[in-house]
Structure formats: C-alpha cells, structure tokens
Ligand binder design. Structure first.
Ligand SMILES: [Zn+2]
Length: 53
C-alpha cells in the first residue's frame, strides 16, 4: 500500500451544501482559499472543507 501524505478534501458550499470540489493538499499547506464558484447557485460562495476517507 502506498503511503499517502496528502489530505483528501471535499469543498462543500456553505450556502446550499452541495459538494462542488474534490481536492487534496499536503498537510503542511496553509488553508485554501475557500471562496469558490458554486455550480448549483452559479455564484461565488464560501466553501467549507470536509474530510474524505
Ligand atoms: Zn451553493
């Protein structure tokens, strides 16, 4: 099994709760810019990070 040092994250729209992005990052990386385009609402909204297994 390969060692995975990266965190896998989902970015969930804080407004409507839809999962718009899947991303990964190194654990040492600073917080992502969470202002993202929500596909459902077709506008930029705040997104929350949610961990994925
Ligand atoms: Zn949304």
């Amino acid at each position: 099994m390969a060692k995975d040092k990266r965190e896998h994250l989902m970015l969930v729209c804080a407004d409507c709760g839809s999962v718009n992005y899947h991303t990964s990052r190194s654990k040492t990386t600073q917080k992502l810019d969470l202002k993202k385009f929500c596909i459902k609402e077709r506008k930029h909204t705040a997104h929350k990070e949610k961990k994925r297994k």
